[in-house]
Every structure is written in structure tokens, then in C-alpha cells.
Design a binder for this molecule. Structure first.
Ligand code: FE2
Length: 259
């Protein structure tokens, strides 16, 4: 179990800066979190997209933040992660992904690990089912941590939906168990911030999804037969994301985006 930290803990109260950013082609949300009470204003990005790295970095710069981590909830199949570009543009940034994803990154996390930015931290919860290596990052539980808590669920739990389970080691029954044991067990006022939304929703709560999520509210495991098309970017995005997005970006910038 790892414990990543940028500073030794102090008694200073943490103060969260939070921004939800959107990439329209893949309908991906990227989240920026920082501890404003720490002198360095350390920050991390959850699920950055290659196409919007400059936009993300402009916010980081405008707000005087120090980006230290670029983290992914899983190996994405619909876009190339921005972590490789971020590492190239901001020296010292470290990429993080779950060990179970079998991907390359600077740091790997397991269920139960904590990722610190200043005095704030994210707890890692393994939520496999959409992919084998999916994790949900949940803001810390404690007096100095944001309340209500916030869960960055990736594709494990979407607003009124969930990620597909028919590739990348997916399993409907495993996803159902993951969501119920690791996300629906959080306080009902916990905010749900997914990796995507295709209808304009931006945030939900655990209580709301327990009531209204059509795929995850039933008593039994439901095997979904959604007949979804093959993801058009999967053959490019998955190999690129397995190596932190750095694979073809420098050699052939058009390739990751044209398939
Ligand atoms: Fe995904």
C-alpha cells in the first residue's frame, strides 16, 4: 500500500479548489483539484484528455497552482489521455493509474491507497467491471476534508448509467458488485463526478443514483445486451493509454486522432 504525499501533514486546514472541465468530442470530464491552503497550491488532474491539455494548463497557470499529478481512473478507449503531454509540458508531473490496469505510469495505486495534494487526499477504491483496472477516487473522510465527499467514478458509474462491459476485461456482474460495495456504500450526499456525460448532466449524488440509475438499481445482476458499436478510437486510444499517452504523439501527431 502506497501513500503519496507532497508535504508532511500539518494542522493547517485544507481548502479545496475544484474545477470541472469538458472535452466535447469524447464528452469527457477532466477534474482539477488543488489545496489552496497549502503554500505551494499543489494540484492534480483526473482523466485529462490530450486535446485539452493546453486549456487545462492555462487554468493551472491562471490560478497559480502547482500541478504535481495527472491521474487516470482507467485505460480509456474513447480518447487519448493527456498525461503524456502534461508530463512533457510540466516537468515533475507524475502520472498515476491503478496497478490492476497493467499500464505504464510513474506511480501505481491499489485499493485503499491515498493520493495526497497538500493536506487534501483522495482515497483509491477498486471498482472493476467496466475494465479490469478501473478505480474510483474519493475525497478523504475527515474534519479537514471537503464535505460532502466527492467520488470521481470514471466509467464505473455514470449519471443514470454506467460504462459498457463488453471489452477490456469488462464484466457486468463485477461492475454491479463494485458499484454497490464501493460507491453506493458512501454517504448518500456524496457527489458523483463521472468521466463522461452525453446528455449534459454534470453531477449527481450517491442517493440519487441509488434511486434512479436504471442499470444499477435492480436487486439482481443484470447482464446488459446493449448492442453498442465498436468504439471507433479503441484501437488507437487503448495502446496509447497503456503507455501514458506518449506512444505516437511525438512521432505522428495525427495518428491518435484520425482512426
Ligand atoms: Fe472507459
Amino acid at each position: 500500500m502506497a501513500n503519496y504525499s507532497t508535504s508532511s501533514p500539518s494542522s493547517q486546514s485544507s481548502k479545496l479548489l475544484f474545477r470541472q472541465l469538458f472535452e466535447k468530442e469524447s464528452s469527457t470530464y477532466t477534474y482539477l483539484l488543488a489545496d489552496l491552503s497549502h503554500p505551494d497550491k499543489p494540484a492534480l488532474l483526473v482523466d485529462p484528455v490530450d486535446k485539452t491539455v493546453d486549456r487545462d494548463l492555462s487554468v493551472v497557470k491562471d490560478l497559480g497552482l502547482k500541478l504535481i499529478y495527472a491521474i487516470n481512473t482507467h485505460i480509456h478507449a474513447d480518447h487519448v489521455t493527456g498525461t503524456g503531454l502534461l508530463k512533457g509540458k510540466v516537468p515533475g508531473v507524475k502520472s498515476i493509474i491503478s496497478k490492476a490496469s497493467n499500464s505504464k505510469a510513474d506511480l501505481f495505486v491499489d485499493h485503499g491507497d491515498k493520493i495526497h495534494i497538500g493536506n487534501l487526499f483522495l482515497e483509491v477504491r477498486a471498482t472493476p467491471g467496466h475494465t479490469l483496472g478501473c478505480v474510483t477516487y474519493v475525497t478523504g473522510d475527515g474534519p479537514d476534508q471537503p464535505q460532502p465527499r466527492m467520488a470521481f467514478t470514471g466509467d464505473a458509474l455514470l449519471i443514470r448509467g454506467c460504462g459498457r462491459t463488453d471489452f477490456q476485461g469488462g464484466s457486468s456482474s463485477q461492475l454491479y458488485k463494485s458499484v454497490h460495495s464501493q460507491i453506493f456504500s458512501l454517504p448518500k450526499d456524496t457527489f458523483i463526478y463521472p468521466a463522461h456525460d452525453y446528455r449534459g448532466f454534470t453531477v449527481s449524488t450517491v442517493g440519487e443514483e441509488m434511486l434512479y440509475n436504471p442499470r444499477l438499481t435492480k436487486d439482481e445482476v443484470i447482464i446488459w445486451h446493449l448492442n453498442l458499436p465498436y468504439p471507433k478510437l479503441i484501437d488507437v486510444a487503448v495502446p496509447a493509454n497503456m503507455v501514458c499517452g506518449l506512444q505516437d504523439v511525438s512521432k505522428d501527431p495525427a495518428k491518435p486522432l484520425s482512426a
